[in-house]
Ligand binder design. Structure first.
Ligand code: GLV
Ligand code: MN
Length: 195
C-alpha cells in the first residue's frame, strides 16, 4: 500500500521528523550491515496486562531500514485466554502465520459478515486492509504469531480505546447515544479500560 521506492535503501534517520510518508535517510557512509537486521522479534512480549497480549512491532520506527520499502512485521504473544483486541490497520493488509499454540482468528467485512477459524502452528491467515480483526488464544499454552504488512507503518485503530480512552474524551452524550445506554455503563467501560 505504500509508495514505490526511489532508491535501493533509505535507512531512516529517526532523529528527524518524517517528511511526507518517509523519514530522511541516514547518510549512506554511516550505514552498516547492522542496519539491515533486527533482533526485536526474538523475545517474548510481556503479556501481564488486562488483555493477556502483547504486540511487538518490527516497523520503520523500531527497524529503520524498512523506511521506504512498504513492508513490516509484528510479533504477537498471547497468554492462555489472551486477546489481541479488535482493531484495524488503515494503511495495510495483514497476513500472519501461527508459530505456536491454538488461535481463534476473526475479521468482519464492511458488510458486517464475520469470518473466523481456529488455527494451529504453521497455518496462515489474511486480514484485508482496514477490516476489524482480532486473535484470541483458545488453547492451553502460550501463542506466538508473526504478522506481516504491506506498509512500513501500518497503523492500528483499536476499537475499544479509539472510543473509550481518547485524549480528551469523546463527549459522554455521543457515546451514550451511539450505544443506546446510560452514562453509568460508559463510565464503567472507561474505568475498566484504565482511563
Ligand atoms: C495482529 O493483528 C497484528 O496487528 O499484528
Ligand atoms: Mn492486526
Amino acid at each position: 500500500a505504500d509508495p514505490d521506492p526511489l532508491m535501493d535503501f533509505c535507512v531512516a534517520d529517526l532523529g528527524s521528523s518524517p517528511t511526507f510518508a518517509n523519514f530522511p535517510c541516514k547518510p549512506a557512509s554511516n550505514v552498516t550491515s547492522e542496519d539491515f537486521f533486527f533482533d526485536g522479534l526474538m523475545n517474548e512480549g510481556n503479556t501481564s496486562n488486562l488483555f493477556g497480549s502483547r504486540v511487538t512491532p518490527g516497523n520503520v520506527l523500531t527497524f529503520p531500514a524498512l523506511n521506504m520499502l512498504g513492508i513490516s512485521m509484528n510479533r504477537v504473544d498471547l497468554a492462555p485466554n489472551g486477546l489481541n483486541p479488535p482493531h484495524s490497520h488503515p494503511r495495510a493488509s495483514e497476513s500472519g502465520v501461527v508459530i505456536k499454540g491454538r488461535v481463534l482468528v476473526g475479521f468482519v467485512t464492511t458488510g458486517n459478515v464475520f469470518y473466523s477459524k481456529v488455527l494451529g502452528p504453521g497455518q496462515m491467515f489474511v486480514i484485508p486492509r482496514g477490516l476489524v480483526h482480532f486473535q484470541k488464544n483458545v488453547g492451553e499454552n502460550k501463542v506466538v504469531i508473526l504478522t506481516a504488512f504491506n506498509s512500513q507503518n501500518a497503523g492500528a485503530v483499536v476499537l475499544s480505546t479509539t472510543l473509550f480512552d481518547t485524549n480528551p474524551s469523546i463527549p459522554g452524550h455521543v457515546l451514550t447515544q451511539n450505544f443506546q445506554v446510560d452514562s453509568s455503563i460508559i463510565n464503567g467501560i472507561q474505568s475498566n479500560l484504565g482511563s
